[in-house]
Design a protein around this ligand. Structure first.
Ligand SMILES: *Cc1c(COP(=O)(O)O)cnc(C)c1O
Length: 370
């Protein structure tokens, strides 16, 4: 009997595997890279006030938020004016939503999208939905993007390259020099999307300045989110800084009213509170150092993370064992079968609990390059 069929691309999609969730206060939820802080009082107030207006549609163009983001990112309007840079801002329901809008705006059937692997698991899914073909390029042994291999993977069908810095789930960032060297070599018709979901947590020498690069390279677009450092994962709002023509295309492919008024208000209130956000980020960065040092002291090889999580590469068997030992101590982390385990950094109590509960490595991963 005939019946409605799914598209082949959809039949073959892997299901998105969300991080394990728990609302219990005793459980350390370290599986999804969320902020462990409660919403800021000033942000909460705006959300509560907005709750009284949910019978209304939001501003579909999100004009106030886009103008605020343009100011925050130093994106000038026509003629270098401060107002009007909003034409280079795209917002969406999370930066995953914005990425989908971007891909849907540029991908023709069969176009290739080059990205590192392992990287953010939404990439191959969104590429397939857009009708494109993922070209995953393995990370180097020390968990970096293999930029020479990614360049070599660019062919006649390549339409987009996705860079994730710091990379989820390994935490390893690109340097600015690496980024610009890569952009110098990429053909100008290939769109490069730099996913900076964790940019606020970046420390170290020669950090990527995605916005400076954006001003220099007409084929670069920068993706950011309010979900991680800003702590608004549950409200779904992210943005791209994109050159006007692409930005307009990505606004056209948006789901109408995809960013709620609550999300728009909360994002603006968060940008009003950047100093408080920076304090929270500094606390996480401090715990990241402590967790990394503690793990190394007990024998783990841990790449330097520039994000709010750390990465332990290990085989399937060890990752199962690790997740089980942590779960027995009410700690939820994220396993990537065959690759390793990612642990979100939270407060000092969470760090201590992880260090106390994590078994010593049975098989140390042996990086072959440094
Ligand atoms: C968390 C994350 C995002 C975005 O999440 P949203 O909640 O959709 O904004 C994007 N990219 C990477 C690499 C992430 O880890």
């Amino acid at each position: 009997m005939s019946r409605p069929e799914l598209r082949a691309a959809v039949r073959n999609l892997p299901g998105y595997v969300p991080g394990r969730r728990s609302l219990s206060a005793d459980v350390a939820a370290l599986a999804s890279n969320e902020s462990h802080f409660d919403p800021l009082p000033s942000v909460r107030e705006r959300i509560l006030a907005g709750a009284l207006r949910v019978h209304r549609y939001p501003d579909m163009a999100a004009t106030a938020l886009r103008e605020r983001i343009a100011g925050h990112c130093g994106v000038a309007g026509p003629g270098g004016t401060d107002s009007g840079g909003a034409d280079q801002v795209v917002v969406g329901p999370g930066s995953v939503g914005v990425l989908q809008q971007l891909l849907n705006a540029v991908i023709e059937p069969g176009d290739e999208v080059v990205h590192a692997w392992r990287s953010f698991e939404a990439y191959p899914i969104l590429v397939a939905i857009a009708g494109g073909t993922s070209v995953p390029v393995p990370l180097t042994a020390d968990e970096h993007h293999d930029l020479p291999a990614m360049l070599a993977a660019i062919g006649p069908a390549t339409r987009v390259v996705l860079l994730c810095s710091p990379n989820n789930p390994t935490g390893v960032p690109l340097s600015h020099n690496e980024l610009t060297g890569f952009l110098d070599a990429v053909p100008p018709h290939v769109l490069v999307i730099l996913d900076e979901a964790y940019v606020e947590f970046v420390t170290g020498t020669d950090p990527v300045d995605g916005l400076a690069a954006y001003h220099r390279y007409p084929n670069l677009c920068v993706l950011r989110t309010f979900s991680k450092a800003y702590g608004l994962a549950g409200l779904r709002v992210g943005y791209a800084i994109a050159h006007p023509e692409l930005a307009e295309g990505a606004r056209r492919t948006a789901l109408p009213f995809g960013v709620t008024a609550l999300a728009q208000e909360a994002a603006i209130a968060s940008l009003d509170a950047v100093d408080e956000i920076a304090q929270r980020v500094a606390a996480v960065v401090g715990e990241r150092a402590r967790l990394t040092a503690g793990l190394r002291a007990s024998g783990w090889w841990v790449p330097d993370s520039a994000a709010n999580f750390v990465w332990l590469r290990m085989d399937d068997e060890n990752s199962r064992r690790t997740v089980e030992s942590l779960a027995a101590a009410d700690i939820l982390v994220r396993a990537y079968p065959g690759d390793g385990v990612r642990i979100t950094v939270a407060d000092a109590i969470a760090t201590d609990r992880v260090l106390a509960a994590l078994p010593a490595p049975h098989t140390l991963p042996a990086p072959t390059a440094a």
